[in-house]
Design a protein around this ligand. Structure first.
Ligand code: ATP
Length: 186
């Protein structure tokens, strides 16, 4: 059975931090594939994404294109309403043995997600160490993996772009070009 990492987020925009931890999970856990699953809307973020679903998807297509072990799923974009991870894992369970990839900040929020126990039953939780995030509590049952510490967040990137600064080298070239061409996050 293939070992499939599921990596959810708003990816607004996808950045080198996301890609570096996905590749680290592939190589060190190890996994056969990492499936990026952009959320239509994250139930716990008070504001919806800034870029449209189609822009976020297009940026992911550009970011993931040259790594054959990275996949991209529209499952949450095409589902109505807020995106619950538990629904996504239920839908993907036939794909293989599932591993849910989270940054340390996301792990701390897991108890507030819908059906955390069901999430743990459906997937092994993998946590990338993220700068500034608390150490996972052993009772969380999460496994950590070593990932390069890149102190970068989509929120900071949006703030940079809003000030007219370039996101070049902080996102893959194709993503940077898409942002420039469409004037996103200005
Ligand atoms: P925002 O700043 O808009 O909240 P973000 O950069 O944290 O966004 P998301 O798309 O919300 O990105 O995050 C998706 C997942 O990636 C989450 O599990 C998050 O913890 C993780 N993540 C994002 N950036 C990093 C990073 N630099 N290092 C480790 N994990 C990260």
């Amino acid at each position: 059975m293939s070992r499939v990492g599921v990596f959810g987020g708003t990816f607004d925009p996808v950045h080198v931090g996301h890609l570096a931890i996905a590749l680290a999970a592939l190589e060190t856990v190890p996994l056969d594939e990492v499936l990026f699953v952009p959320a239509r809307r994250s139930p716990l973020k008070d504001r919806g994404p800034v870029a449209s679903a189609e822009d976020r998807y297009a940026m992911l297509v550009r970011a993931l294109g040259d790594e054959p072990r990275f996949g991209l799923s529209r499952i949450e974009l095409d589902r109505e309403g807020p995106s619950y991870t538990v629904d996504t894992l239920e839908a993907l369970r036939e794909e293989g043995e599932l591993f849910l990839i989270l940054g340390g900040d996301a792990l701390a929020e897991l108890p507030r997600w819908r059906s955390p126990e069901r999430i743990r039953a459906l997937a092994t939780i993998l946590v990338a160490r993220r700068p500034g995030a608390p150490e996972p509590d052993p009772s969380s049952g999460a496994r950590t993996f070593d990932a390069p510490a890149l102190d970068i967040s989509a929120r900071e990137l949006r703030a940079r772009a809003a000030r007219g600064l370039s996101l070049r080298y902080l996102v893959p070239d194709g993503v940077w070009q898409h942002i420039e061409h469409h004037g996103l996050y200005r």
